[in-house]
Design a protein around this ligand. Structure first.
Ligand code: HAM
Length: 398
């Protein structure tokens, strides 16, 4: 359901699909995700291929570098730089597994090339907002700006000085971070207070970056996307500049980031292409699915059809085809089970509605429509069933 919904959304945003390999040379990630990122230093599944060159390959830990490589290899950076791609599929990171954090997980990502303007960043964030609205999932958007090549060095230097000043109170990981990537000091989960009081990128933005970030915010406000500025969003991957963002679903607990992204203007050039700006995001599909299960166990689209008797099965099969066109997710339950067992199954499936077709009702051209979430039941004419369900769905959506 999530992927279907996302694909439909992509069509509306004029984003085309790109398919990228699961295996890439390990250097691709070292040069992009970053030599100091957790993804590269600790989490990659890499192995030596027994080819002549003893190439080291890695299972992709994220999609962005593969999309950029394909874009450059196809010569699009020079021929036709403005491109909008989406991709989906499994990613692999050797992390400590826990609920919402897996070693093989699924992402749905979007990458837009050739656009340096803030409207592109705002549009990407709006896409995630649209998807969550369609899925009826309440989420929080947090955004930040990390500045650019021009203004980042001063921010980095300030962080370094701050870290050195508080060296004795920093955790072991932060000591390492300070040496290799001081920005990561800000998202330390241990030195929370020190991180909160640390210098913020927003105080170091050059006029161009400040203007860019202001416009992103204006555009989000105009699009009706609620967001919070969080100066601690630095992201764990090295390629970001200017806008970064994360999307959280509070219902999820510890692993509550369901999507993240930002601008990465230097990456195409770093990977051998022309100087083309780019921006994107990736949604964690597993986490999104978990969140939907938590907040909407009875999907308003899910309908269980319960047929009691042979005549009813024939009519129920017809109805199932009809309802799927609206579209509802319809399951015609096994008529060999009792009414009680079928209702139990309908609940187990997380159906919002059960339509019960008994011989008596059928003879009168009617069915029982049961709202499983509210435990309410009433009779409807079969010819009105689809419209009644659509009306209920609209009501639920408001
Ligand atoms: P990321 O923040 O590493 O960004 O991952 C994006 C999302 O993938 C996370 O917010 C989370 O929902 C999901 N995710 C990450 N690791 C796991 C895991 N171990 N188990 C389950 N879900 C996980 C990127 O990957 C960037 N490539 C995003 C991007 C695209 N930036 C620009 N373009």
């Amino acid at each position: 359901m999530i992927e279907n919904c996302a694909r439909q959304l992509m069509a509306r945003y004029a984003v085309r699909e790109i398919r990228i390999p699961l295996l890439e040379r390990v250097e691709l990630y070292q040069r992009s995700s970053g030599e100091t990122s957790d993804v590269v230093t600790k989490q990659m599944y890499a192995f030596t291929d027994r080819d002549e060159g003893q190439t080291v390959l890695a299972l992709r830990p994220e999609g962005t570098p593969g999309v950029v490589r394909a874009y450059v290899e196809a010569g699009l950076d020079k021929r036709d730089p403005e491109q909008r791609f989406f991709y989906g599929g499994p990613m692999f990171r050797r992390e400590r597994p826990q609920k919402g954090r897996y070693r093989q997980f699924y992402q749905f990502g979007v990458e837009i090339f050739g656009r340096a303007d803030p409207a592109c960043d705002a549009e990407l964030i709006t896409m995630v907002d649209d998807l969550c609205r369609e899925l009826k999932l309440a989420v929080d958007f947090e955004i930040n700006s990390l500045g650019c090549q021009e203004c980042r060095p001063a921010f980095r230097a300030a962080l370094l000085a701050y870290g050195r000043e508080h060296w004795a109170h920093l955790c072991h990981d932060c000591h390492e971070r300070l040496e290799h990537n001081p920005l990561r000091l800000l998202d330390c989960k241990i030195d929370v207070e020190l991180a909160a009081a640390a210098p913020k990128s927003l105080d170091f933005l050059c006029p161009q970056c400040r203007h860019h970030f202001d416009l992103v915010q204006q555009l989000l406000a105009a699009a009706g996307v609620a967001y919070k500025v969080n100066p601690r969003i630095v992201r764990g991957l090295d390629y970001y500049v200017r806008t970064t963002f994360e999307v959280y679903c509070q219902a999820l607990g510890a692993q509550n980031a369901i999507a993240a992204g930002g601008r990465y203007d230097g990456l195409v050039a770093t990977l051998g292409g022309a100087s083309v700006p780019a921006s994107g995001f990736a949604i964690g599909v597993d986490r999104l699915a978990l969140a939907l299960e938590l907040v909407a166990p009875g999907s308003a689209r899910r309908v269980a059809l319960i047929a009691l008797g042979e005549q009813a099965v024939v009519r129920a099969a017809e109805l199932a085809r009809q309802l799927r066109q609206y579209p509802f997710e319809v399951e015609l339950l096994s008529p060999e089970r009792s009414l009680k067992a079928q209702l139990k199954r309908a609940n187990h499936l997380g159906s919002r509605y059960a339509v019960i077709l008994g011989e008596d009702e059928l003879a009168r051209g009617r069915a029982q429509l049961r709202d499983l979430e509210r435990s309410l039941q009433h009779e409807v004419a079969l010819e009105d069933l689809a419209q009644t369900l659509c009306a209920q769905r609209r009501e639920d959506a408001i």
